[in-house]
Design a protein around this ligand. Structure first.
Ligand code: KDG
Length: 325
């Protein structure tokens, strides 16, 4: 496999402060500190499964930035694409935890180091596009700033020039922009991507059509407009691949107790891409994606639950065994 990256992931790495214990944010006094960011999660997921990922993003020259770089490096991700921006702070998110109803997320990332990502940061790793198989992008980055949007477009351009395929996870963040603004930037990216991941809601927004609960209409609309394969993430109902031929469904892997849903989508992408890199067929890739998502759901924080190859094989190969002696 060598040291050349198989996948180049581009995005904003974040520090996430997660409330310890269920309470409204106003009452939370203790937080646990985690490394997060959708694309960084995906890169770590790939590394745990034995694949080479290069991460491109910006951190501040601060303790949070150092924690991110150390963690990614320690996980085996190539951090040569990470720029330390001395003039800005590392992006931050704060998340409460509720026993009932949705948990609120607050972002402290406007003007962050990560939001200053630009096309020059992509050009700086241009050589890595020769030989890479995939570039992985999400719909979060184009929401951060004009320059971050341009960085995404530059990554797509270099991918095309180097025969690298583009994987795009919509990851609609309504705290960052309106559906209209998101559709305007994300639709052209989705339509040009070889692989698009999204839930039914995200796919409908990006396709510019009404919501259908199964997401099939939106997936088909995107495919007719030019997208390659579309993966509909359906949470506890599993995932569906809409590509050539009939849609392929794969059930979710049962999770005894869901501890933390955030990051499961990134884990799914990591599992799916890892399986494709291994030369497995799309049905197996869906199983790997679902397995990784289940593993991530069962642990708090975005990174901790991401499985190694052995853990994934145990999870999807022998679901009846719960003790290894
Ligand atoms: O997918 C998980 C992400 O939501 C989390 O790590 C933070 O990247 C993040 C974001 O922008 O919400």
């Amino acid at each position: 496999m060598g040291d050349a990256p198989e996948v180049i992931a581009v995005g904003e790495p974040l520090i996430a402060l997660l409330a310890v214990g269920p309470a409204p944010l106003a009452d939370v006094e203790t937080f646990s500190r985690h490394v997060a960011g959708a694309e960084a999660n995906m890169a770590v997921g790939l590394a745990r499964l034995g694949h080479k990922a290069l991460y491109v993003g910006r951190v501040g020259d601060d303790g949070f930035g150092r924690a991110i770089v150390r963690r990614l490096r320690g996980e085996g991700v190539d951090v040569s694409g990470v720029v330390v921006d001395a003039g800005r702070r590392t992006g931050l998110m704060v998340r409460e935890r509720r026993a009932l109803g949705p948990s609120e997320v607050l972002y402290y990332r406007a003007g962050s180091a990560g939001s200053a990502l630009g096309p020059a940061d992509i050009d700086a790793v241009k050589a890595a596009f020769t030989g890479a198989r995939w570039v992985h992008l999400t719909g979060i980055t184009p929401a951060l700033s004009d320059s971050a949007h341009e960085a995404v477009l530059r990554a797509i351009e270099l991918a095309r020039l180097s025969d690298v395929r583009v994987s795009f996870d919509i990851n609609l963040r309504r705290r960052l922009w309106s559906d209209e603004a998101a559709a305007a930037r994300l639709q052209p990216i989705a339509v040009g991507a070889d692989l698009v991941f999204g839930d039914a809601d995200e796919l409908a927004v990006v396709a510019g059509i009404g919501l259908s609960p199964d997401g099939l209409d939106a997936a088909r609309a995107l495919r007719s407009a030019g997208s390659g394969s579309v993966i509909i993430k359906r949470g506890s109902a599993g995932a569906t691949l809409v590509g050539e031929g009939m849609p392929v469904d794969a059930p979710a892997v049962a999770v005894g107790r869901v501890v933390d849903t955030v990051g499961a989508g990134d884990a799914f992408c990591a599992g799916y891409l890892a399986a494709l890199l291994d030369g497995l067929d799309p049905a197996a890739a869906l199983r790997w994606g679902n397995g990784c998502a289940a593993a991530a759901l069962s642990v708090e924080g975005d990174l901790i639950g991401l499985p190694t190859r052995v853990e994934l094989e145990r999870l999807i190969g022998d679901p009846g065994t719960d003790t290894i002696r």
